[in-house]
Design a protein around this ligand. Structure first.
Ligand code: GGG
Length: 406
């Protein structure tokens, strides 16, 4: 059965009579850099609030990581043993990583040329085979997205409701490439884009299964539709991806198969978002089009990414560490809070624990209410003049979610 127990973290002190022997879910939190730990604090505030009401226990391990950790410790972007702790976790929550280099341009890089923060993000995705990066793109009522015409929203809630799935373990992120530096000066840099049948099959099948399970269809016509975003007029890898999309698509006769070339797709996405239901694409294209799609849902502060595989899940806001806002209690915690919601839903379904699924629904309900009320919201949604603090938004959502479950 699912673990049951004390409200917050490890149960300490004497147990009441009749309390069953309990165990806690293992949770790893990776706050990371800049605003990452700030939004994580709010995500954890919400998690604690709902867990307390439902009696869900968590054994929480917070692992420091990222560019700031690397600058302090010198050789690694997270502590030794972090990999094993992530492997052993029931659930992983990630804030944001990446920190500006104090000596050069761009992010802090490690000796191996990788961004400091690579291990918890790209490392975990690869090592734990979190092959699908699932990014819901939904415009909630009350949210002013960034596409306006004559002082009114161009797209209404209900017209933007799709899920984008990004292949998460290969493509341009495969780490196959390097630099040549004759005479000590970098002269050649390569990144080889790797597309395999195995990874393409698993992510494409995942997309069709999700479309079937979601059973919502596209807002425009209610049709179940999976769109593959490729560049198969030019790239060999995309030709293989598109071919596999057709092969697997044949197993799903009730789902419409749609293929879009990535450059054309960018303007269709903004011009007719109501056409899309589930979208599947390769790693780098997925990274780019999901950031673009976030403008349809209120910006990066609203966009969540679920990294899932067969045995593990890691949930994050898709935004980065926003160094210029760090330490100001300013940024929008809703993407992180929705990451907690997605994580609870995923874990609840895996473990057959209805409490977690209820908690996830309560968190989404609380987010919906705050957005509809228009208060409290951070600067990105409310404007600077009416902005509330990151922690005020977290407190309000925690309270509403707990109240809904009580
Ligand atoms: N919140 C996730 C985060 O901090 N991502 C930074 C990053 O480098 N991500 C790589 C990627 O998603 O492509």
């Amino acid at each position: 059965g699912p673990p049951r127990g004390g409200p917050r973290g490890r149960r300490r002190g004497p147990r009441r009579a009749c309390t069953p022997v309990t165990m806690a879910y293992k949770l790893v939190t990776l706050g990371g850099d800049g605003t990452g730990p700030e939004v994580m604090r709010e995500g954890m505030r919400v998690l604690s609030a709902v867990s307390e009401v439902l009696g869900v226990a968590w054994d929480v391990e917070d692992i420091p990581c990222g560019g700031q950790y690397y600058l302090k410790h010198g050789s690694r972007d997270w502590p030794e043993g972090a990999e094993e702790r992530c492997s052993a976790a029931d659930l992983i929550l990630l804030g944001a990583v990446g920190w500006p280099s104090p000596t050069g341009t761009g992010p802090v890089l490690m000796g191996n040329g990788k961004m400091a923060g690579h291990s918890p993000v790209i490392g975990n995705r690869t090592r734990l085979n979190l092959f699908a990066n699932v990014r819901p793109v939904k415009l909630y009522e009350g949210v002013q997205h960034r596409i306006h015409g004559a002082n009114k929203l161009v797209w209404q809630p209900g017209q933007v409701d799709m899920v984008m799935i990004r292949e998460n373990t290969e493509g341009l992120y495969a780490g196959m490439g390097g630099k040549l530096a004759p005479g000590g000066k970098v002269d050649v840099a390569t990144d080889t884009r790797v597309i395999t049948r195995r990874a393409s099959e698993q992510v494409i099948r995942f997309a069709f299964e999700l479309c079937k399970k979601r059973n919502k269809g596209a807002p425009k016509d209610g049709k179940l539709r999976v769109t593959a975003v490729v560049k198969d007029n030019v790239l060999h890898g995309c030709q293989l991806f598109a071919q596999i999309f057709q092969e697997i698509g044949e197993e799903y006769p009730d789902i419409e198969k749609d293929t879009a070339i990535v450059d054309a797709f960018t303007q269709w996405l903004i011009g007719q978002p109501e056409f899309y239901d589930v979208v599947v694409t390769t790693n780098m294209f997925g990274d780019i089009v999901t950031d673009l799609a976030s403008v349809l849902q209120g910006g990066m502060g609203m966009a969540v990414g679920a990294n899932v595989g067969r045995d593990h899940g890691m949930f994050e806001p898709i935004h980065g560490s926003a160094p210029k806002h760090a330490g100001k209690d300013k940024v929008n915690p809703i993407a992180m809070i929705l990451a907690v919601k997605e994580g609870l839903d995923w874990l609840g379904q895996r473990k057959g624990d209805a409490r977690l699924v209820r908690a996830a629904a309560a968190i989404e309900g609380a987010v919906v209410k705050v957005l509809k009320d228009g208060h409290p919201l951070t600067y990105d949604l409310a404007g600077e003049a009416k902005a509330s603090r990151c922690s005020e938004v977290g407190e309000a959502i925690a309270k509403l979610a707990a109240h809904a479950l009580a």
